[in-house]
Design a protein around this ligand. Structure first.
Ligand code: CA
Length: 226
């Protein structure tokens, strides 16, 4: 049973959401303010989080940001009111996956929830082999080929590439790449990421100055397109 956390302070909306989701067979937990929502999101393992923006104690943007800073990759669906800053919601810096605008139809909301759950489950926990463009990578053997010819990646480049592939299509901030590939305890400057991405591009891209697979998103981070 998928577990959904609802962070919403308006009681009527919260109750309706809980009822709807329980009817659909989800296990539901809820928090009526941002701080409690963040605590629950960190303590328990949810499959999806529904997050309102205007919340007591801590707003939804901040909750979302802190969830991502804690390296929790649970899909987050923002509940926004009309006129709220949709750009900011989709804003890559906060790391939400999708949003619906209130008042939403329960059917639309359920469809979005299902789509997000499906998407998050289609990403395997660990990738063993992966093909994209003319590249083939075997992460178990630490071997890679481009157009059928062996190319040589360092162990770090394999880890970096695997992390990018795992988040195919998502924009990943540099600090999250650092925390996940280098580890949190290691002090590395953010431009170290840029250097290693540049090295990796030289090996895998046809034209490293105009990369197809590892794209930079200015001011934010990188995005893998497989
Ligand atoms: Ca609210």
């Amino acid at each position: 049973m998928d577990k959904i956390l609802i962070i919403e302070d308006e009681e009527s909306i919260l109750l309706a959401l809980e009822d709807n989701l329980k009817l659909e067979g989800y296990a539901v937990s809820s928090a009526e303010d941002g701080e409690l929502g963040l605590v629950l999101a960190k303590e328990q393992n949810f499959d999806l989080i529904l997050l309102d923006i205007m919340l007591p104690k801590m707003d939804g943007f901040e909750v979302c940001k802190q969830i991502r800073q804690a390296n929790i990759l649970t899909p987050i669906l923002m509940l926004t009111a009309k006129g709220q800053e949709i750009d900011k919601v989709l804003g890559l810096e906060i790391g939400a996956d999708d949003y619906v605008t209130k008042p939403y139809s329960p059917r639309e909301l359920l469809a979005r929830i299902k789509a997000l759950l499906r998407r998050s489950k289609s990403i395997p926990a660990e990738i063993e082999t992966y093909k994209f463009g003319d590249i083939e990578v075997d992460f178990l053997k630490y071997e890679a080929q481009k157009k059928g010819k062996r190319i040589y990646l360092t162990a770090l480049e394999f880890d970096l590439l695997r992390y990018l592939i795992k988040h195919n299509g998502q924009v990943i901030p540099r600090d999250r790449i650092l925390d996940n590939v280098w580890g949190k305890e290691v002090y590395v400057q953010q431009r170290t990421v840029d250097k290693h991405i540049a090295d990796l591009r030289k090996k895998i891209e046809d034209d490293p100055s105009n990369p197809r697979h590892i794209q930079v998103v200015r001011g934010v981070g990188y995005k893998f397109a497989g």
